[in-house]
Design a binder for this molecule. Sequence first.
Ligand code: ZN
Length: 377
Amino acid sequence: MKTLPDYFQSRLANILDSIRQIVEIESPSRDAAASRTVVDWLVREAEKISTNLEIERIAVEGCGEHLIIRAYRSNEKPILLLGHTDTVHPIGAKSKNPTRVEGDKFFGGGVFDMKANCVLMLEILRAFGELNIKPRRPITILLSCDEEIGSPTGRALVEREAADCEFCLVLEPSADGRVKTGRKGTANYVLKARGVPAHAGLEPEKGASAILEIARQIEKIHSLNNLDKGTTVNVCTVEGGTTTNVIPEHAACSIDVRFTSMAEAENIESAIRNLQSYDSKVSIEVSGGINRSPLERTESVVNLYEKARIIAGELCFRLGETRVGGASDGNFVAALGVPVLDGLGVAGGGAHTLEEFIYINDLPRRAALSAAMILAD
Ligand SMILES: [Zn+2]
């Protein structure tokens, strides 16, 4: 157990250099060219580690490339290391959060969520090679390119790879160093209203306002919140109208829903689908639906967490757990009943903001933890 943290500590300068390189290749979701560039970089780095890796690139038009790296292939069920290469930061955002070290913090867009952890996955393979350690099980690394937008194309791959794995380690960001043993599920809807346009000064009585209709619906939608059950329902964007003197014909809002059980998700879904217009001259229409089911704190999740907690103790740090409202591809894995532990990534903060950073001193032990989880099986 001593060897792994010492190994990663000895490589810290190289690891930081790799993290700097991958962070500086900006790769927002839906930017296919940027995605290709970051995958090119990962493939080059993987090939430097070993020529025995099986590398598969899955290009999706207009989206980017998913990357699968397989090592130690055998008849045993593999361990799946899951992550993503896309970030929420548009091209150019790096000028507002340049890669830099300040004290123990390493700043950069997407470094915490989750490019540093993409590097750690490769470093784990490098460690096994250089330390002559052969894991008992094959390792599959899956890095998708559309996680930040709900995995419209990555989901099928995640489910395919997860379906026959022994267990799955998700190297998404930790929460102040804690792993995530519960994640809410998510649903997204758009509510559109179509009213009757009219001149706001000459004959407003002939109109029917789509904006007024949406405003009334928002009150109703927000009444679906139930904090005791952990259910949140929020209208997060609104738009409507054409100009300042016309009764608006169109309006729409988007609805973000989070839940801790599928039963609750179905209740909210049916309430939203059954919304009726207040004004009979305005028609309303709902689109969207349930995206990710919740990652529930099942026995198999707790078992993996317990294993990780004990290993962390041997590595001289305390590994806490928490439940969060944000979903990840770990939710898809959990829905298959496959043991999964999420949030194994390095500690840091500022996810999805221009203050994103990781703690440098957490890198070696965090890499050692995931590596030891693979070996402990
Ligand atoms: Zn993420």
